[in-house]
Design a binder for this molecule. Structure first.
Ligand code: MN
Length: 240
């Protein structure tokens, strides 16, 4: 797992072209590694290491929060996803689908929980970056009028999520435009087919140890450490 971090950092500093970086980025914490083919031989999901040190996002997010959030909460979704897939495998083997409704819900919940957390870590970078830039800036201006309006809508949507959920900036491939969505839990309120570019975790476990009930302060601080370059790379990949 340490090799993966080293490889990513090597690619980041190698100065390769934008599309090359996008392709490399898709194999990182967000994209995951492809499973080998063959019927029923897919490997379990694995959680990638954080793309930076646990204390790298301080003072916005404390080392304690990142350790618990990545090491326990995110890890639990990966375990839940793998457990659900095992139970589905057993159901197929026994031709017993009595629990298919619960299993399907668990698959959506844990699967979305894993994917959103993988993207959450890649949505942030120590110190943040200027942006959005390039093609993403053009998409943002076409969709929202201005960068400031996009950021304001993203922050407002994230702050206003009811109970537990997420704020999401996504590319919608049918209309080929950007949309900002709220997610409830991990799996509700999406538009099918969208590619999430940037996500902010609005579950209390993401901020409560540090911000208590002040979700708005956490979201405002998150806006300052966004990795806009990563979002631009994901947008380019989604637009291909
Ligand atoms: Mn979370």
């Amino acid at each position: 797992m340490a090799d993966e971090v080293t490889r990513r950092n090597t690619l980041k500093t190698a100065g390769i072209g934008a599309l090359g970086i996008a392709a490399a980025g898709m194999t990182g914490a967000w994209g995951g590694e492809a499973s080998p083919g063959g019927a029923g031989t897919q490997a379990p999901y694995e959680q990638a290491p954080l793309p930076y040190r646990y204390d790298a996002l301080e003072p916005v997010l404390s080392e304690e929060i990142l350790k618990i959030h990545h090491g326990r909460h995110h890890a639990a979704y990966v375990a839940g996803l793998n457990d659900t897939l095992e139970r589905l495998k057993r159901a197929r083997a026994e031709d017993d689908y009595a629990e298919i409704r619960a299993l399907s819900r668990d698959l959506a919940f844990h699967g979305s929980g894993h994917i959103l957390h993988a993207l959450y870590w890649d949505s942030m970078t120590p110190g943040g970056t200027e942006g959005p830039t390039g093609e993403l800036a053009e998409m943002v201006e076409a969709g929202f009028g201005s960068v400031e309006a996009c950021k304001a809508q993203f922050a407002a949507a994230t702050k206003a999520v009811e109970a537990n959920g997420w704020g999401v900036l996504a590319f919608e491939p049918v209309g080929r435009r950007l949309v900002i969505l709220q997610i409830e839990n991990h799996q509700n309120l999406t538009i099918w087919g969208v590619a999430p570019l940037l996500v902010c975790d609005a579950w209390e476990h993401a901020y409560y140890l540090q911000y208590k009930n002040r979700r708005g302060d956490y979201v405002d601080a998150f806006m300052e450490i966004i990795d806009w370059e990563g979002a631009r790379q994901r947008c380019l990949a989604a637009m291909r």
